[in-house]
Ligand binder design. Structure first.
Ligand code: PRX
Length: 662
């Protein structure tokens, strides 16, 4: 099936981006797959895509009617006062009713909605009927705790069914959920709770990770000491860990929900009613609360889940993402559930108790679609073929990748070893801000090229431009922008419309600026080249260098810190910190370890630096700006060809190169 072409090398550059391409293998969609797919051919894709961007309101209006259930029909498809969009105005709907009730009404009450496996090996299956009952009880519990439409509820949980139930329950009562990744520290949790002013926190006594218990409730207790907005905490008993319950404030989920009615009429939300906030890293300042609203977001998640993953009623869909990331919102919960699919959820680490875990879950639950991140694929590749070989993976029919560029070697391994050479791979590019998949091959229609996200999804109008906003020629690198609004786009940054305008709509006036570099080849395939700002992509998760730097500087011995990424075989990017100490203190291995730990405590283990280099000074321009591009070269161990003419003191760089841990 693979058409292997002669290798060619294209090099191109703009002001900021250079690319070199070697990959030219093309994998046409398998004939059988295409025959049964929602979108069956390149011509069908092309026709629909052209219609969708020529007449977006006609396209989206039709899709919104066909894919969502409206309590009250919308009057207008789009109101666009750049850069603020309103989709499906006049319409009313409820996201949880769209994900649950309508399937129960359609007779699917006994269909498995959610198959869950805990890290220790325990498992539960919830039907759509079960999901309706539990979500309604949780929704009534939220009401009993004083939550009203528009309020914020923070969710800080392990990956257990109650996490999805809690999200859907918020949607049911019109409250906004704000899921905070359970791997984040109490500091990071408190910052997010304070930014959004959550009144209730939903958590668990603990969660299992690599055989140990993560003390979630304990972290919540520390966090909310400085969160005056929080009046109640709902605690799921997961691990049986001893926790302190503060009377009147803290309630056990089981007992509290046990007293609630299992009937809760869904809130009739305006299409533009806020659905959730999700924090993500930007290059400057504090994390941004990305705001998504009901109708547009849900349509984006539902339609892309159906078309990109070619979802059918018979599919068992496993998205391995944590609910703390946008992928866990759109493709663990909302997208597949809106389509009435069966989802699989796994609580723990992929290598617990060994590297066969993922494949044993695929085998046990007959997973047909697997959606994971390149970092996980590379880790499994490194662990060896013997692990997947022990399991029957024949239930798989489609594979997906998200979070960072997938290198062709990992793509080929995924294709051959996991997909048995028969499963198409969808390399899906999107962001927290875009809400749903924007660029991806459609598995029955678009030939896949390892390493390329290929073509835009329906209604998505991407372009690649130079710093003046001028489209660059095929083969040249540039900035990826989106020219037209789309339903699941972010509406703003919570409480900061100005920052929203600045960050996304001002770099190239009038178009959405993704912050990614990209290149389009002669066949029109798009290749994502990574972030162009100071944002790290560690294991497929965005981290701001700024946040890691402020965590370091908050240590009493640190005077100044600069953080950059360096290529990392497994994680995509590793974190390297350059640190100067307060006068009178000297560097040591013990301090290096202490600082790494300090960052992990301040932000979470994900942000722990891989390498810390001490220096007497950081390389700065005469105007005092740290020269990050230079530091990136130093971190990667590359000789630098950066222009150092503006550098204040050249000897600083030599000193930094010398102080390497490796
Ligand atoms: O740089 C791109 C990278 O991840 C960024 C978005 O991160 P986040 O908002 O955390 O969402 C991650 C999951 C959607 C993008 O700006 N990225 C995401 N998917 C891909 C990717 N880079 C290359 N290829 C992808 N398929």
């Amino acid at each position: 099936m693979a058409i292997k072409k002669k290798s060619e090398k294209i090099s191109a550059s703009t002001d900021a981006i250079t690319s070199s391409l070697k990959e030219t293998r093309v994998f046409a969609p398998p004939r059988e797959f295409a025959k049964n797919a929602h979108i069956k051919s390149p011509a069908q894709y092309q026709k629909l895509w052209e219609q969708s961007v020529k007449k977006p309101e006609v396209f989206w209006g039709k899709q919104a009617k066909e894919n969502l259930e409206w309590i009250k029909p919308f009057k207008k498809v789009l109101q666009w006062k750049a850069p603020f969009a309103k989709w499906f105005t006049g319409g009313k709907l409820n996201a949880s009713a769209n994900c649950i009730d309508r399937h129960v009404t359609a007779g699917l009450g006994n269909k498995a909605a959610l198959i869950w496996e805990g890290e220790p090996g325990d498992s539960r299956t919830l039907t759509y009927q079960d999901l309706l009952r539990e979500t309604s009880k949780c929704a009534n519990a939220l009401k009993a705790l004083g939550v009203t439409p528009g309020d914020r509820v923070a969710i800080y949980m392990p990956l257990i069914p109650e996490t999805v139930i809690a999200m859907l329950a918020c949607a049911r009562v019109g409250a906004m959920h704000c899921v905070v990744f359970g791997g984040f520290s109490s500091e990071a949790l408190a910052d997010r709770i304070n930014d959004c002013g959550a009144s209730v926190v939903i958590t668990a006594d603990g969660g299992y990770r690599k055989g140990a218990v993560v003390a979630l409730k304990q972290n919540v207790d520390v966090a909310i000491e400085r969160c005056p907005s929080v009046s109640h905490v709902l605690v799921v008993r997961r691990t049986g860990t001893l926790v302190t319950m503060q009377p009147a404030r803290d309630h056990w989920w089981g007992e509290f929900l046990g007293r609630m009615s299992s009937h809760c009429p869904p809130y009739e939300a305006d299409s533009e009613h806020p659905l959730f906030l999700l924090y993500t890293s930007g290059s400057t300042g504090k994390p941004k609360g990305i705001l998504h609203t009901t109708g547009g977001y849900l349509l984006g998640a539902a339609l892309s889940a159906k078309i990109v993953f070619d979802l059918k009623p018979s599919d068992t869909f496993w998205c391995t993402a944590d609910a703390g990331w946008v992928t866990g919102h759109s493709y663990l919960a909302y997208g597949p559930l809106a389509n009435g699919a069966t989802i699989v959820m796994y609580e723990g680490a992929p290598n617990h108790p060994d590297w066969g875990r993922l494949w044993s879950i695929v085998e046990k639950h007959r997973v047909s679609i697997l959606y994971t991140a390149p970092t996980a694929i590379r880790a499994c590749l490194r662990a060896g073929d013997s692990w997947p070989a022990k399991h029957d993976l024949s239930s798989l029919r489609l594979l997906g990748s998200v979070g960072e560029p997938i290198n062709p070697e990992a793509w080929m391994w995924y294709h051959e070893v996991i997909g048995g050479g028969r499963c198409p791979i969808v390399d899906t590019w999107w962001q927290t801000e875009t809400g749903s998949i924007m660029i991806s091959p459609l598995p029955g229609a678009i030939p896949q090229v390892p390493g390329s996200a290929t073509k835009p999804f329906f209604g998505v109008f991407p372009d690649i431009v130079d710093k003046n906003g001028k489209p660059v020629p095929a083969g040249s690198g540039g900035f990826l922008v989106i020219r037209k609004p789309w339903p699941s786009m972010l509406r703003t940054i919570w409480g900061d419309d100005e920052r929203y305008k600045q960050q996304y709509w001002s770099q190239v006036p009038g178009v959405y600026f993704t912050g990614d570099g990209a290149r389009r080849d002669k066949k029109g395939n798009i290749w994502i080249m990574g972030r162009i700002d100071d944002v790290l992509n560690v294991s497929g998760h965005r981290l701001s260098t700024m946040e890691v730097e402020s965590a370091l500087v908050s240590h009493k011995l640190v005077a100044e810190a600069a953080v950059v990424g360096r290529p990392d075989e497994l994680k995509g990017e590793g974190i390297v910190a350059f640190v100067t100490l307060q006068v009178g203190f000297s560097a040591s291995d013990a301090l290096r370890d202490e600082l790494k730990k300090h960052v992990a405590v301040q932000i979470g283990a994900l942000a722990r630096p891989d390498d810390i280099r001490f220096a007497d000074a950081l390389p700065k321009t005469r105007s005092g700006k740290i020269m990050r591009r230079l530091l990136r070269d130093v971190a990667a161990g590359r000789n630098s060809n950066q222009d150092t003419s503006t550098l204040e003191d050249l000897s600083v760089v030599a000193a930094l190169r010398a102080d390497s841990e490796d």
